[in-house]
Design a protein around this ligand. Structure first.
Ligand code: GAP
Length: 437
């Protein structure tokens, strides 16, 4: 029997499809496992999350620059970074039912958890990088990889960015982009997929200041999730033990969120030391050292990395915002997104389709549309229209009624409190601006 957590996830997944947040990729062909498409509301929500991250991590700071590197990189990058040899998971097959597992996730290493037979293979290391070929010839010399992390695009551009932006250490480089991993066990909707987007920032520092900057970025990233509107009690830290640390990390902390399927990693903050730049320097012979006036020495910078998944953040936002409120009647689902990231900022309704109300409503819609993502709806009762917007996570519904013609006021209904207040039409743009800032 499905448990409560499965129920909640399955209701969320069906809401996502019905309302156009997320669809299965290539659905009319039966779908492609672990690949998802973002619909009209989902793509807007994703864009808002990325903008929120980009503004916090670059535009509002003087010490972090942006970058948009290519997905395909020189294959030697991945050899140097350690991914060709070490970016692996242990793969175990069941010879009877052909199920596949990650060896480290199996509780009983001797018995298949699906069919119960003791027919599991020995675990073998499986590299998670996707390979393809560049150019017309498909041989070993034309192999290129789809990047498994965006970080390497930043490291190989360290000198370029430092020089062209005239930055001095400490400074960072931020990037949002696609990454690909041939995960053995993708799942939990968009939590673990084979194609996903990362939001990563690499902060270059003097080695003696690694503890200080590690703590600083832990604090910044924690605060970012609170500002995104995520409930504090659903977040916690997890420090990586020696057996969990990635091959490049000296120290790592994850921010975890309590999903319906358990506490899981949302973002990693890593002290990558001088591992990456040293390896690239050794492999290319290009000097990655920095001359520091403060420390009067030449050194390879240490790197503090903040690495978040965009799709995973979006799932967190959806799960955290999802609420079923029986006081709203049968159609009781509400997505309580922060107005800063909600896909639609306001809906505009004429109370009825007569007495000049639609004309005023369309006019307001056209004005607000130049500044905000707004939605016009004249179909069905106002109650039904409110319910539709609650499900879309729209924080405000603006209704044009009989009084509007007399005093140029409208009602604004707040999604969360369901309270209605009257406002001048001329003040609507300021009201929305304050709410989304
Ligand atoms: N550059 C370091 C790095 O990539 P990671 O812990 O492997 O570190 C960082 O990944 C973040 O990327 C994770 O915390 C998660 O949010 C996201 N991520 C990683 N693998 C993912 C996958 N298969 N599907 C969705 N998101 C993923």
């Amino acid at each position: 029997m499905a448990n409560k957590a499965d129920d909640k996830m399955s209701r969320l997944v069906s809401l996502c499809k019905r309302r156009g947040f997320i669809y299965q990729s290539s659905e009319i062909y039966g779908g492609l496992n672990s690949c998802w498409d973002y619909g009209p509301l989902g793509s807007e929500l994703k864009r808002n999350i990325k903008t929120f991250w980009w503004e916090a991590m670059t535009n509002r700071r003087d010490d972090v620059e942006g970058l948009d590197a290519a997905i395909l990189m020189h294959p030697a990058v991945w050899k140097t970074s350690g991914h060709v040899d070490e970016f692996t998971d242990p793969l175990v097959d069941c010879k009877t039912c052909k199920s596949r597992f990650r060896g480290d996730e199996l509780k009983d290493k001797t018995r298949c958890p699906v069919c119960g037979n003791q027919t599991l293979t020995e675990s073998r290391q499986f590299n998670l990088m996707f390979k393809t070929f560049m150019g017309p010839v498909e041989d070993d010399t034309s192999i290129v990889y789809l990047r498994p992390e965006t970080a390497q695009g930043i490291y190989v551009n360290f000198l370029n960015v430092k020089n062209s932006a005239r930055q001095k250490i400490p400074f960072g480089i931020a990037q949002i982009g696609k990454a690909f991993r041939n995960e053995i066990t993708p799942g939990n909707f968009i939590f673990r997929t084979r194609e996903f987007e990362q939001m990563e920032m690499q902060y270059f520092i003097h080695p003696s200041e690694d503890e200080k900057w590690f703590e600083y970025w832990k604090g910044e990233r924690w605060q970012w999730y609170l500002e995104l509107g995520i409930r504090k009690e659903k977040l916690r830290w997890h420090e990586h033990g020696p057996d969990e640390l990635a091959h490049y990390a000296k120290k790592a902390f994850d921010i975890e969120y309590e999903f319906p399927f358990g506490w899981k990693e949302l973002e990693g903050i890593h002290n990558r030391t001088d591992f990456d730049l040293s390896r690239h320097q050794d492999a290319t012979g290009k000097d990655q050292r920095y001359i520091d006036e403060r420390f009067k020495e030449k050194f390879i910078p240490y790197i503090i990395e903040t690495s978040a998944g965009c799709d995973r953040t979006l799932l967190t936002v959806l799960v955290d915002a999802y609420d079923e409120d029986p006081s709203r009647g049968e159609k009781s689902t509400v997505l309580r997104f922060s107005p800063k990231i909600s896909p639609i900022k306001a809906a505009i309704f004429p109370l009825v389709k007569k007495d000049g109300m639609p004309e005023i409503a369309v006019n307001i819609y056209k004005i607000l549309k130049t500044q905000f993502k707004v939605f016009y709806d004249a179909g069905g009762s106002v109650g039904r229209r409110y319910a539709r917007m609650d499900e879309a996570g729209c924080p405000y519904c603006i209704t044009i009624d009989g009084q509007t013609k007399e005093d140029d006021t409208v009602t604004i209904r707040d999604r969360d409190s369901m309270e209605q207040t009257r406002h001048k039409i001329a003040e609507l743009a300021d009201f929305l601006q304050n709410a989304v800032e």
